[in-house]
Design a protein around this ligand. Structure first.
Ligand code: SF4
Length: 334
């Protein structure tokens, strides 16, 4: 696709304004401009929107995404937006969630990337848990397959997990599959929480020693921690929340002290790009699943999708999985 030079120059400027705080040069932006222009044009022609998780790379987040956020916010957009087609830049379970919520829309994923949490548990495992703990409600984290959601009573995300568990009747709950979030839940509720040994390999990487070292080096630093981290890291947090909640915490604060984002590097990048007044310190961690998508895959998904890029779900599974997501929206609306 040949594009007039002035369009490329204008797109280069647009990208550079957004990415210069992330050390992108004008030349970097110029290289990406033809592809972002083409993708944005294809979106318009096809009545498509691009949803991107905050952990995606900056060229996707700032170059082509219409909405950027965490699993809860993006799931709501997938359910409510009138576009005919959704391109979900994230991992497979999020594309599946969009399809469950919008079964009549065409949902495509640039990559069918997995997730260490979603891959840790099967529907058969959930049936086994229910057999072992009859009558105990099953709350599944959104980081699960459609089949696992279909076997669960209600879904939740990191931003509403406590609210969902508290809203359920009874003193006991089965929470799957993140064992660290289950530990966090035990501290935040009085319920007996039965967990599954799944972990997020990215958030598990952070150690309390590394966080303490940052605190010593930057007195006054605010430590923001994702609830998928271990208890010993959560103990050191000034704030615990989902990716969107952490971003809001930074945006709402009048404080200008440095921040450490104990999460995936994409979120640290968003803070740097959108809040250049805040110094981001300490190391972040890269998710090998989230980072499987290149801008080129987004173009392919729009132009000539590969069969594996289309998200299809067995109708019976979809119907049951939708019930667990609808229950989440119902409980969080109250
Ligand atoms: S960051 Fe963790 S939970 Fe999120 S996709 Fe990567 S492995 Fe899964």
């Amino acid at each position: 696709m040949m594009l007039p030079e002035q369009h490329i120059a204008a797109e280069t400027d647009r990208l550079f304004k957004k990415l210069e705080n992330l050390s992108w040069t004008r030349t970097d932006c110029q290289l990406y401009a033809p592809l972002t222009l083409e993708i944005n044009q294809l979106k318009k022609e096809q009545d498509a929107i691009i949803l991107a998780h905050s952990y995606q790379t900056p060229d996707i987040v700032y170059g082509v995404a219409d909405f950027v956020g965490d699993s809860y916010g993006l799931a709501q957009i997938a359910a409510e937006h009138p576009a005919r087609k959704i391109i979900f830049c994230s991992v497979l379970f999020m594309g599946e969630t969009a399809k469950i919520l919008s079964p009549d829309k065409e949902v495509l994923v640039p990559s069918r990337a997995g997730c260490s949490l979603a891959d840790s548990i099967t529907a058969e495992d959930v049936r086994g848990l229910k057999k072992k703990h009859p009558g105990v409600p099953v709350v599944c984290y959104v980081n699960t397959s459609a089949e696992v959601k279909a076997e669960s009573d209600v879904c939740c995300t990191s931003s509403n997990v406590v609210q969902i568990v508290e809203a359920l009747p009874g003193e006991e709950v089965i929470f799957i599959p993140d064992k660290y979030m289950g530990d966090y839940l035990r501290r935040m509720t009085k319920k007996n929480v039965i967990t599954w040994p799944g972990v997020c390999i990215v958030h598990e990487e952070f150690t309390s020693d590394a966080v303490k070292a940052v605190r010593e080096q930057y007195p006054g630093v605010k430590i923001l921690v994702h609830p998928e981290c271990t208890s010993s890291v959560i103990d050191l947090a000034d704030y615990v929340g989902s990716t969107s909640q952490m971003l809001k915490y930074v945006g709402d604060s009048t404080d200008v002290s440095p921040v450490m984002i104990v999460s995936e590097c994409g979120l640290a990048d968003r803070v740097k790009a959108e809040h250049p007044e805040r110094q981001v310190v300490g190391a972040c961690a890269l998710c090998p699943y989230m980072k499987q998508i290149a801008l080129k895959d987004v173009q392919v998904a729009l132009k000539n999708p590969r069969p594996e890029q289309r998200v299809e779900i067995n109708p019976a599974v979809l119907k049951k999985a939708k019930m667990s997501l609808d229950r989440m929206f119902e409980l969080t609306r109250k």
